[in-house]
Design a protein around this ligand. Structure first.
Ligand SMILES: [Fe+2]
Length: 249
């Protein structure tokens, strides 16, 4: 909650206290294109905590030809960050899962029954290539679910090839994907067309979850800008947000 006094935003309570848990972030140090080191991670976690986010599920990328993270690499980075948070006196809860690119490597992990890192219960965070959807998306969706997982697709609003094919969002839902919106998409951070797609998805009640997808300090600044806080206040009423909470617990 906030109020405007002399054109200045005054926070009446932490800006993100409605976002009880951030289910998508790249705060673990040194294992993907997110935070490069522990000191940066601590600065980001401290700032997010002061803004009202106290629970984080860190979701480093797993991409076959770029970031072949494993439960071991992710849990080692998680332990490092958890210890650093204790040392820094930060009262936050940090756990880890992963953001799985739906590529051939992902399919091989599923087929070999490799242990997958889930957000909560059997929710698996996935993403698509920004260049083009995989030709075997239907097969992927089927294999994810027959392996016992519920797929969540990260930032559907950011795939430009879907902007002219909005019926594809319904197709994704029909395939069993839950959809996770990036908060920054609403602000125009990723461009006007992404913002329009984000509004479309919210207005058509296609979004199941939100997340920061925070990688670095620029994301933090954009998230906490007064205009962004106004937008989040507009879209994420308590009633709407409660739907997200109920599904994750
Ligand atoms: Fe991400």
């Amino acid at each position: 909650m906030f109020r405007i006094v002399n054109k200045q935003v005054q926070l009446l309570s932490p800006a993100f206290n409605w976002l009880h848990q951030d289910i998508h972030s790249h705060l673990l140090p040194g294992i993907d294109d997110g935070s490069p080191d522990v000191a940066t991670s601590i600065n980001l976690v401290r700032a997010l905590s002061e803004a009202g986010i106290k629970k984080f599920i860190c979701t480093p990328h797993i991409i076959g030809d770029m970031y072949r993270n494993t439960p071991a690499t992710i849990n080692t980075a998680l332990n490092t960050l958890q210890q650093a948070c204790i040392t820094a006196g930060l009262e936050v809860s940090i756990s880890a899962a992963a953001e799985y690119m739906m590529d051939d490597y992902f399919l091989s992990l599923l087929r070999s029954k490799a242990p997958m890192l889930t957000l909560s219960k059997n929710y698996l965070l996935t993403e698509l290539s920004y260049a083009a959807p995989p030709s075997n998306l239907e097969e992927m969706a089927f294999e994810i679910q027959t392996s016992g997982y519920i797929p969540i697709l990260a930032h559907p609003e950011r795939y430009i090839y879907l902007h002219r094919n909005r019926k594809f969002y319904d197709h994704l839902k029909d395939l069993g994907f839950l959809l996770q919106l990036n908060l920054l998409s609403l602000t125009g951070y990723y461009g006007k067309n992404v913002a329009k797609a984000a509004e479309f998805l919210i207005k058509n009640k296609l979004i199941d979850f939100t997340g920061t997808d925070l990688h670095h300090a620029n994301h933090l600044m954009a998230l906490t800008a007064p205009d962004s806080l106004r937008l989040f206040e507009k879209y994420f009423s308590k009633e709407y947000f409660n739907n997200f909470e109920e599904r994750m617990t």
